[in-house]
Design a protein around this ligand. Structure first.
Ligand code: HEM
Length: 243
């Protein structure tokens, strides 16, 4: 694709590839080299596509089963964009963070099914974690997020229950740090987090605004894992909302 655009003298900058091909560094004046661009594209495909689409699938699965949550999320998007009409809204960047309840729905879906379900860290030297767990230099620790995110001492007696209000500000403040890590941790945490949140809230908000959603009531959640996790065989019926 990079070569095809170069050969065709295609200088459009209305998509990501075009921006990377034609933007120059503000100080050095240099463009990105082609290997760098290729790596960025692969990052988007591997790290940034299935992760977000899986998070949306789980969020839609829970929305389809939770009429009260769906109604609240719907009320929020309608308050922002008005009732559905012939002309769909054209959301401004600044509007997306206003969809706070939609954000909570996503946060809660990522609690139960963090689509990148684990991260590892390797000990640089012999150490003892928390005074309890001996690690030798080179040992690995794997943090399994679906387990961390279901710890009843943090999430209460029914951690399996889908409840976006767990992410209401007061609830978040009351929880200990480091108990919710769908984006990983520390300096190597997800670099695409803000992008993913913005994209997912935008898409989920628009779906809620444009369509009535109903899931198959007989569907039982089955999670499959390739590189990331996603619901297997889940389908959703969508009907255009009319004013
Ligand atoms: C819902 C969507 C996403 C989830 C749940 C997610 C989750 C994660 C997790 C758990 C890590 C490992 C962090 C660690 O080791 O501490 C990670 C790393 C990473 N993510 Fe994401 N991610 C998402 C979307 C994206 C997007 C949209 C991009 C880029 C377009 C992206 C790019 C990356 C990259 C490059 C790393 C490696 C960072 C490093 O090692 O320094 N991710 N992500």
């Amino acid at each position: 694709m990079i070569r095809a655009r170069r050969t065709a003298g295609d200088d459009r900058t209305d998509d990501l590839l075009g921006l990377m091909l034609h933007t120059r560094h503000p100080e050095t004046g240099l463009p990105l080299d082609e290997v760098n661009i290729r790596n960025q594209v692969i990052t988007f495909l591997v790290a940034g596509h299935e992760t977000t689409s899986g998070a949306l699938s789980f969020a839609l699965y829970y929305l389809a089963r939770s009429p009260e949550v769906l109604a609240r999320a719907r009320a929020e998007v309608d308050a922002l964009w008005g009732p559905p009409g012939e002309v769909p809204p054209s959301p401004a960047f600044e509007q997306i963070p206003k969809l706070r309840y939609v954000r909570r729905v996503l946060d809660e879906a990522l609690r139960l099914w963090p689509t990148a379900p684990a991260y590892g860290r390797q000990a640089r030297e012999d150490t003892v974690l928390d005074g309890k767990y001996a690690m030798r230099k080179g040992d690995w620790a794997l943090v399994l997020l679906p387990a961390l995110h279901r710890d009843p001492s943090v999430w209460g007696p029914d951690p399996e229950a889908f409840d976006p209000d767990r992410f209401a500000p007061a609830e978040v403040r009351a929880r200990p740090a480091h108990t919710y890590k769908p984006w990983g941790t520390g300096a190597r945490a997800c670099i695409g987090r803000q992008f993913a949140l913005h994209e997912a809230i935008l898409v989920l908000g628009l779906l809620l605004h444009r369509y009535d959603l109903s899931g198959d009531p007989s569907y039982e959640l089955k999670v499959t894992e390739l590189l990331t996790m996603k619901p297997e065989g889940f389908t959703l019926e969508v009907r255009r909302r009319t004013s």
